[in-house]
Design a protein around this ligand. Structure first.
Ligand code: CAA
Length: 379
């Protein structure tokens, strides 16, 4: 494995960092405070090619590799983790399944505008009774002539209140369990679709997390995504890539917390010298940096495997598990380095601490990642 980034990967990382520091960092605290969806910034991300990074150019994407995506996600999330998840969902959870399982017509019609950032996507798997047990889908899909009719409720849907295009999972025959699940492409301007609520959250407050209702939503039969009986595999294989995105978001939050801790420790004086001169702080910085680097290697390894076209389910689960737990740990230590200031909204580590928390919950809890990893090791 080559640990050096290519010139293109460095260029993409630098472009993302430049954008993040100029367009996101100055506003992130205010967006967080007011729960403001960063619509303008998301539009600009689309214009720069960051909303469909791995999609081939013929379908409106930037045609870049997964390592570029990890590097960009990290930089964006270091400045604003809310913008990070908006970008991650569009790239990994919506563009990827459309590119992988979509027909040529579906790619032209739905993927291209999403990859160009002209439209925004959301991934609708979670339901009130289908969290970790994702196969327990209660949303129903019934065939009626040339149409599918969808009925049900989805919750905790990132981008749900702002999306144009949804990937919706629904059950056609409960007796078939996961083999009865199908995936569908649903436009949010269809009759019967409604945003019924938005979560009030601890972190990533500038991204919306919505509860959605589908009440006799009719879509043409050709908006089924993937073959019959394959919806659960579409969902799970999509999450394999999504988890690399969330690992990268966690890395970004950790990086921000670590860098600001280093800067603060060098400036903040107690007992007549900078606190960085005390071993208590030096050891914290050393442990934070080591966990961050280990998380980064796991994440880049998973991305590298995806680029090579080999199965990476276990490696992406490991990356997500370790990076999200490391991010929580690092952000917690950062608050400690800042002391009382770390508990205040005046300093960004307070937001890093809150934003890190979700990374070990969504796109599969740490416990779900352990189920995936142990499933591979014990088979
Ligand atoms: N790729 C392809 N197929 C896969 C797969 C993968 N990664 N993982 C499982 N499958 C297949 C299996 O091979 C099996 O197929 P066969 O029956 O043909 O052999 C089938 O799927 C069922 O597999 P399991 O028996 O392992 O499934 P399970 O019901 O026991 O579930 C689980 C396993 C790991 C708990 C899974 O349900 C899971 O990952 N749960 C967490 C759900 C999750 O991550 N939700 C996040 C919601 S999205 C979100 O948060 C988005 C957001 O807005 C940010």
């Amino acid at each position: 494995m080559d640990f050096q980034l290519t010139e293109q990967q460095r260029m993409i990382r630098d472009a993302a960092r430049d954008f993040a520091q100029k367009e996101l960092a100055p506003h992130a605290a205010e967006w967080d405070r007011n729960e403001t969806f960063p619509a303008e910034a998301v539009k600009k991300l689309g214009e720069l090619g960051f909303m469909g990074m791995n999609v081939p150019e013929q379908y409106g994407g930037a045609g870049l590799d997964m390592v570029c995506y990890v590097l960009a996600m990290e930089e964006i999330s270091a400045a604003c983790a809310s913008t990070g998840v908006i970008m991650s969902v569009n790239n990994s959870l919506v563009c990827w399944p459309l590119e992988t399982y979509g027909t040529e017509e579906q790619k032209q019609k739905f993927l291209a505008p999403l990859a160009r950032g002209e439209k925004l996507g959301a991934y609708c798997l979670s339901e009130p009774d289908a969290g970790t047990d994702a196969a327990n889908q209660q949303t129903r899909a019934k065939r009626d002539g040339d149409e599918w009719v969808l009925n049900g409720m989805k919750n905790f849907i990132t981008n749900g209140a702002n999306a144009d295009t949804l990937i919706v999972f629904a059950q056609t025959d409960p007796e078939l369990r996961h083999k009865g699940i199908l995936a569908f492409i649903v436009e949010t301007d269809r009759e019967g679709f409604e945003v019924i609520g938005k979560e009030k959250k601890l972190g990533i407050r500038a991204s919306d997390t919505a509860q959605l209702a589908l009440d006799n939503v009719r879509i043409p039969a050709d908006q089924q995504l993937g073959p019959d009986g394959a919806g659960f595999k579409v969902a799970m294989s999509t999450l394999d890539g999504g988890r690399i995105g969330i690992a990268s978001q966690a890395l970004g939050i950790a990086k921000a917390a670590l860098e600001s801790s280093i800067e603060y420790a060098k400036q903040r004086e107690q007992f007549g010298r900078p606190i960085a001169k005390f071993q208590a702080i030096q050891w914290k910085i050393a442990d934070m940096a080591t966990r961050y680097e280990a998380a980064r290697l796991l994440t880049l390894r998973a991305a590298n495997l995806k680029d090579q076209g080999v199965r990476y389910s276990e490696e992406s689960a490991m990356a997500k598990l370790f990076a999200s737990e490391a991010s929580n740990w690092i952000a917690n230590e950062a608050v400690q380095v800042f002391g009382g200031n770390g508990y205040s909204k005046e300093f960004p580590v307070e937001r890093n601490f809150r934003d890190a928390r979700i990374t070990s919950i969504y796109e599969g809890t740490s416990e779900a990642q352990r189920m995936v990893i142990s499933g591979h090791r014990l088979r």
